[in-house]
Design a binder for this molecule. Sequence first.
Ligand SMILES: Cc1cc2nc3c(=O)[nH]c(=O)nc-3n(C[C@H](O)[C@H](O)[C@H](O)COP(=O)(O)OP(=O)(O)OC[C@H]3O[C@@H](n4cnc5c(N)ncnc54)[C@H](O)[C@@H]3O)c2cc1C
Length: 384
Amino acid sequence: MFDVVIVGAGPVGLYLGALLLQEGLSVRILEKRTEPSQHSRAIGIHPPALRALERAGVAESMVAEGVRIPLGVARRGGREVAKLSFAQATATWPFVLSLKQARTEAILAARVAALDPAALVRGMCVTSLHDAGTFVTLAGHHRGDAAATFQARLVIGADGARSTIRKLANIPTTGRDYPDTYLMGDFPDSGRDGAAAVLHLEPGGIVESFPVPGGLRRWVVHTDSLLAGATATDLAALIEERTGARVDPAANSMLSAFGVRSTLATRMVAGRIALLGDAAHEISPIGGQGMNLGWLDAAALAPIIVAALRGERTGKRLQLFERQRRQASRRASRQAWLNMALGRAYPTSFLHVLHAILRPIFRLRRVQNLAVRRFTMHGLDGRG
Ligand SMILES: Cc1cc2nc3c(=O)[nH]c(=O)nc-3n(C[C@H](O)[C@H](O)[C@H](O)COP(=O)(O)OP(=O)(O)OC[C@H]3O[C@@H](n4cnc5c(N)ncnc54)[C@H](O)[C@@H]3O)c2cc1C
C-alpha cells in the first residue's frame, strides 16, 4: 500500500512525484512507456512555473541548461509592430525560459530518482481502477505481458489528454476542436534575432520563432490545413515565403504538424482520485501554457495531499483547489484562443488597419504591463 500512486511520468506526474517524495511520502509513478519520449512538444517555461519548480529543487538546473528569452517582438512585413520586455515579469525570473520538454522531463526524472530510485516504474500501463472507499487498486500490464496491481491511499491521473484514469473515474469533459493547424520544426539558428521570441503577423498566417538550446530555433507556422505529410523543405519554403528568412531544411532536427483542441474535465477530484495537467485540461499549444498550468495544479495540490494523509480534513481546501485550477485553465484557454485568432490568415488591408489601431495602443505602458502579465502567466498560480 503506497501513500500515492501517480499515473503518467510526463512533466506533471514527475513534478508532483518529486514534491511528495520530498515530504517523505511513499510514492510510485507508473509510466506506460519503457523509455522516455524524445518528442519535444513544450519549450516555454514561465516565471510562476519556475517559482514552483524551485520548490522541487530543479529550477536552477533548468535555467542553467535553457535559453533565457528576455523579450518578444511582433513584426509585419519586416517592420516592428510591438515589443514586449519580460524584464518586469518578476525580479527573480525576468524572462521566459526555453528548454526542450525531453530535457525538462529528464531533469525531473533525475530528481525523482535521487529521492527514491524505485519511485518511477517504467513499462507499466494502467488499464483498470477500483476505488474501495479507503484505498484504490490499480491494475494493468507491466512490460507488455506481466499483470500487475498497485494499491494506494490516493491516486493521481497525470496521464495526459487522452487520460485513462479520467475515463475509468467516469469524469466527462467539455471542449472543442479549433480550425487552426500548424507546422513546426527546429533548425540551426542562422538569423539575427538572438534570444528574442518573434511573431511574424503576415497575411498568409502567423510565423513564430523561438530560440532553443543548442544553437537552434523553433519555427511554428499557421497552415490552411493539417499538413501531416509535409517535409522540412515544405516548412522552410513557407517560412521564406512569409518572412523572407532562410532556414536549412537539410539540418532540420524536429518536424511536427498539429491541430488544436481544448478540453476541460468537469471535475478534477472524484473520491480518492484527482486529475492534473493535460488529463484535467488540454490547452492550445499556441501561447505555450499547458505544461506550466499542470505544474501549477500540482504545486497547489501537493500540500493538500500531505494534509489529507496526515488525517486533516481537506474537503474545503479541495473544493477551492478545483475551483481555482479550473478558473486558471479557462483563463489560459481564452489567452490561447486570442493568440490563435491574431495569427490566422487575413487580407493585407485588414491587417494594415488592425495593426494601425494596435500599434499606438501597444505603446501604452499599462497595456504593455497587462500583456506581459498575461503572456508570462502572471496570477495563474493563484497569487492574484
Ligand atoms: C506542439 C506543442 C507545443 C507545446 N508547447 C508548450 C509550451 O511551450 N509550454 C507549455 O507549457 N506547454 C506546451 N505544450 C503542452 C505540453 O506539451 C503539455 O501540456 C504537457 O506535456 C502535459 O504534461 P502532462 O504531464 O500533463 O501529460 P503528458 O506529457 O501527456 O504525459 C502523460 C504521460 O502519461 C503516460 N500515460 C498515458 N496513459 C497511461 C496509462 N494508462 N498508464 C501509464 N502511463 C500512461 C504517457 O505515456 C505520458 O508519458 C505543447 C504541446 C504541443 C503539442
